[in-house]
Design a protein around this ligand. Structure first.
Ligand code: GDP
Length: 196
């Protein structure tokens, strides 16, 4: 039996390397309504969605095997929109605690695509010296007729901002596993086999 099964729920402030298997914190960023919660629900399964983090946002933990190696991802869905231009504590906390980031926009909402670029800039500012994996995600590809952002634009943006890119549809469950597996691979590439 795996001893990590009996551990209490992990909150960001108390995150520890308790077992030998690597565990990583992944933070979801993006405008409201782009599909962050839908994506993470598909990843974690609804039954695992009840871990609440210390700020009241949702944290989802799941083990997954990628390229034959097991990893635990703790995915935090706690991002909140900026209010009256003020930087909230929760926002700066989110930008500090991730081992990796998923920046989501909706391909049907150009404003959310602009926000994604802005978030990338904020993240770079917050974690200047670090090379953190970032995946840019264009979600809602099933809404073909409402598309405002092409796949090429997404790719070009990712190239400029030096991050990975994938398009997903939470509604069709398209590329969602690939997204989270990609996160694990990006983390491993940078860790060079070390644990977090
Ligand atoms: P969040 O605010 O970023 O967490 O976004 P939600 O996950 O709450 O999604 C906002 C709305 O978009 C909900 O009504 C979802 O059902 C819908 N939604 C999310 N992902 C998709 C998608 O891939 N396709 C479509 N058609 N709707 C989606």
């Amino acid at each position: 039996p795996d001893p990590s099964n009996t551990e209490p729920p992990v909150t960001p402030g108390t995150f520890r390397q308790a077992s030998r298997k690597p565990r990583y914190r992944v933070v979801l960023l993006g405008d409201p309504g782009v599909g962050k919660t839908s994506l993470v629900n598909l990843f974690a399964g609804v039954q695992e969605r009840d871990l609440l983090d210390q700020h009241g946002g949702a944290a989802y933990e799941r083990r997954l095997t990628v390229d034959g190696e097991e990893t635990t991802l703790l995915v935090l869905d706690t991002w909140e929109p900026e209010q009256r231009g003020e930087e909230s504590q929760r926002r700066s906390h989110c930008l500090q605690i991730g081992n990796a980031y998923i920046i989501v926009y909706s391909v049907t909402d150009r404003d959310s695509f602009e926000s994604a670029s802005e978030l990338r800039i904020q993240l770079r500012r917050a974690r200047q010296a670090e090379d953190i994996p970032i995946i840019l995600v264009g979600n809602k590809t099933d809404l073909v007729r409402c598309r405002e952002v092409s796949e090429e634009e997404g790719q070009a943006c990712a190239a400029v901002f030096d991050c990975k890119f994938i398009e997903t549809s939470a509604a069709l469950q398209h590329n969602v596993d690939e997204l989270f597996e990609g996160v694990v691979r990006q983390i491993r590439l940078r860790q060079g086999g070390k644990k977090s």
